[in-house]
Design a protein around this ligand. Structure first.
Ligand SMILES: *[C@@H]1O[C@H](CO)[C@@H](O)[C@H](O)[C@H]1NC(C)=O
Ligand SMILES: *[C@@H]1O[C@H](CO)[C@@H](O)[C@H](O)[C@H]1NC(C)=O
Length: 213
């Protein structure tokens, strides 16, 4: 009788431990590595990052990431958005605005990233969004955003978050909402390696996982 009671206490403890570890695992899996990408439509370094780093690695790493693309960089609003002034001139402001508008059509991260990578790779200097938006199933008819308060609000929001992180180099890449200069520099040279290191540290993947071999 005594032995049985002891056994059931042990069992209960074992069950409780299992439930606890399950819920911890679930929390880790649910919360993806947050990646903020601050960039500018006409910035050659932004083009390079999107074309050579994020673009080629997205298919494999995308599922582990919660990515937000913020096309604004060193731009500035004047009079609450009556006007914007951009590092590479008015064409860049139009490019930032158009990309904000296309991104705002969807919450589908893959579509957002693929659009921006395509745009920054093949149409980065002509601001023609038709080919790239349609290639990911989004509309290129963005007049009702570009020419309205919605477009202004999207750019003001991009400015707010850019200022929050005190971005001074473009592009700037921020992981889990904390800027880190080493991760920033490594990301521009080796985004894949940087992300894989972070995913391993978080316990999202192991050293043997195919995705980061
Ligand atoms: C587009 O932007 C508006 C205004 O900020 C916002 O309310 C809406 O949720 C955005 N849509 C998507 C799909 O993100
Ligand atoms: C998200 O967008 C991609 C690229 O256009 C597409 O292949 C995928 O089916 C979309 N996913 C969903 C859930 O709509």
């Amino acid at each position: 009788m005594f032995a049985l009671k002891k056994f059931s206490i042990l069992l209960c403890f074992a069950v409780a431990t299992t439930i606890l570890s399950l819920s911890v695992t679930a929390a880790v899996v649910e919360e993806k590595l947050n990646v903020l990408v601050f960039y500018e439509s006409l910035c050659p370094d932004s083009k390079r990052f999107l074309q050579n780093q994020l673009g080629p690695n997205y298919d494999e790493l995308g599922d582990f990431l919660d990515i937000k693309l913020v096309p604004f960089g060193n731009a500035k609003s004047v009079d609450d958005g009556k006007e914007f002034v951009c590092q590479h001139g008015p064409a860049e402001c139009l490019g930032n605005l158009k990309q904000s508008c296309v991104i705002n059509q969807t919450t589908n991260q893959t579509a957002q990233v693929k659009f921006v990578v395509c745009q920054m790779t093949t149409h980065w200097n002509d601001n023609d969004v038709k080919e790239c938006s349609e290639s990911v199933g989004l509309s290129s008819n963005i007049d009702n955003c570009v020419n309205t308060q919605l477009g202004i609000n999207l750019q003001l929001e991009a400015e707010r978050i850019t200022k929050l992180y005190q971005v001074n180099y473009v592009p700037t890449i921020v992981y889990d909402k904390v800027f880190n200069q080493d991760l920033q520099q490594n990301s521009l040279k080796d985004f894949r390696g940087t992300v894989c290191d972070l995913l391993r540290t978080r316990g999202d993947i192991s050293l043997d996982d195919e995705v980061c071999k």
